[in-house]
Design a protein around this ligand. Structure first.
Ligand SMILES: Nc1ncnc2c1ncn2[C@@H]1O[C@H](COP(=O)(O)OP(=O)(O)OP(=O)(O)O)[C@@H](O)[C@H]1O
Ligand SMILES: [Mg+2]
Length: 460
């Protein structure tokens, strides 16, 4: 955010004021200096003695001000982040009863920020007095030396007045030299930071600009995937194939790599070893935009924007009509909840509006994916926050919606998985079991244990 706002405005200062003041300074100085030198060269030299001093001191002062204002900015963002974080987590703060210690921390940051501000304003306060002092010295020199020259009969009294005017005209351009130099230095540093950002090459590249038609067959061939930043190998030699239109369920303990499989299908990452194939072509060779536009993805942790519910659903299909939105909401069993709000689909979500419950959020997120009508649907544990009854309702609706679509259902519940054409059980990044529900319940292992445990829960 800093690079986008602060650094860009520093560079803007360079191409705007810095260039303008430099031109202004050059013109005024050349004209003024020639005029003065023509009238009296000796007096001109004396008058201009304090000027380099003025430039240099303004330059030094500008740098000090810049350094201190950077620190002030840092404190400002510390304060903002602090407040933002604790206001959004106010419920956690209250329930743990730690208001007092947070107020203490806030006071500490505020005090430090105040100190830094005073420090900055001390430097700022020097700026104009320093300029006026040096201009004053120039004026005194004109009066003293010019006066002497007049007494000796070398010049007329009008020349002294004329020089005092010149001094005042030239002061600002000279002071600007120091200011502009410091501005150029800051702009240079900022531009370097901006370039660093602009020259970043995305890890995931679109190698194919031609249109790729996607039917929905997905296969993994010996796929191994390691998260570079943590060094965790999340998937090890994964092999499976899903035919177009099939439904596949992925189960496994937390951290076993389920979400990672999905991320590889949407090509949020490229594999470390092995290949992901879409319709028998390696996913890297398919047009990235076509791949993503044919995937409806409901993430594990749904994200809704501070906008109306309708627009949040339409996010998946910008030109969607009202009926389509309602149909998608009905299929994800959230329509009834939405029409209960006074503003219905126009209800604003997020900070300025209504907060949805976890299960409502998940269902709005499902509506967003199905309205897109993609070839591949992915539901990453997106029914975890709804009760089993609602889950069943949504699943039976989804069965209709996902006809002819390849569907991935990730879950911790056997009830979500049992109707799938194929079930994969992951364990620590490897496929531990695969087959249909009927096959897996007769086989010793995670699936059977889970099934029996959840059956028991239901009976109780
Ligand atoms: N962005 C990431 N960067 C680094 N490591 C990650 C990242 N995402 C996941 N991991 C690691 O990869 C492993 C597999 O994670 P993954 O999210 O695929 O598990 P999961 O099966 O979806 O678990 P859950 O059921 O809790 O959602 C975990 O050990 C996790 O710590
Ligand atoms: Mg996950």
């Amino acid at each position: 955010m800093n690079r986008i706002s602060e650094d860009v405005s520093k560079v803007r200062m360079y191409v705007g004021p810095a260039v303008m003041y430099t031109m202004n300074m050059i013109v005024l100085f050349v004209v003024g200096f020639t005029q003065m030198a023509q009238v009296d060269f000796k007096l001109t030299l004396y008058t201009l003695i304090p000027f380099p001093l003025l430039s240099i001191s303004i330059f030094v002062l500008s740098r000090v001000i810049h350094k201190r204002s950077t620190i002030v900015q840092e404190y400002l963002s510390k304060l903002t982040t602090f407040n933002q974080e604790f206001f959004s987590g106010i419920n956690v703060v209250k329930s743990y009863g730690i208001e007092a210690s947070i107020i203490k921390d806030f006071d500490a940051i505020s005090d430090a920020s105040k100190e830094k501000n005073i420090h900055l304003h001390k430097a700022n306060a020097l700026f104009f007095p320093l300029m006026i002092l040096l201009i004053g010295i120039s004026n005194l020199l004109v009066i003293y030396i010019g006066g002497n020259q007049y007494i000796n009969g070398e010049i007329k009294i009008g020349v002294v007045v004329e020089f005092m005017l010149y001094v005042n005209i030239l002061t600002w351009p000279v002071a600007v030299v120091g200011w502009v130099t410091s501005m150029v230095q800051q702009a240079e540093a900022s531009q370097a930071r901006i370039n660093e950002f602009l020259n970043q090459v995305p890890e995931i590249q679109n190698f194919n600009k031609e249109q790729t038609e996607i039917k929905g067959k997905v296969s993994f061939k010996d796929v191994t995937f390691k998260y570079e930043d943590t060094g965790i190998t999340a998937l090890k030699n994964i092999n499976f194939t899903v035919k177009p239109g099939e439904t596949i369920a992925i189960l496994g303990k937390t951290g076993s790599g389920k979400t990672t499989i999905i991320e590889l299908i949407s090509r949020l990452y490229d594999t470390t070893k092995g290949t992901v194939l879409l319709d028998d072509i390696p996913i890297k060779k398919a047009n990235l935009n076509d791949v993503r536009s044919q995937i409806g993805f409901v993430p594990q942790d749904p994200f809704l924007f501070s906008d109306t519910i309708g627009n949040n659903i339409k996010f998946g299909k910008e030109d969607a009509k009202e009926e389509e939105i309602i149909k998608a909401a009905k299929n994800s069993d959230v329509h009834k909840n939405i029409i209960e709000f006074t503003n219905g689909y126009k209800t604003i979500l997020g900070e300025r509006g209504v907060t949805l419950s976890g299960g409502q959020k998940q269902r709005v997120s499902i509506a967003r994916a199905i309205i897109k009508n993609p070839k591949i649907l992915i539901f990453d544990d997106c029914l975890s926050a709804v009760d089993t009854e609602t889950e069943e309702k949504i699943l039976s609706n989804l069965e209709k919606v996902s006809k002819n679509k390849t569907t991935f259902i990730i879950s911790h519940r056997v009830s979500s998985a049992k109707n799938a054409d194929k079930i994969i059980v992951l364990d620590a990044g490897k496929i531990a079991q695969q087959g249909t529900h009927n096959q897996l319940i007769t086989e010793e292992g995670y699936y059977k244990d889970l099934y029996e445990q959840q059956l028991l829960e239901k009976e109780i």
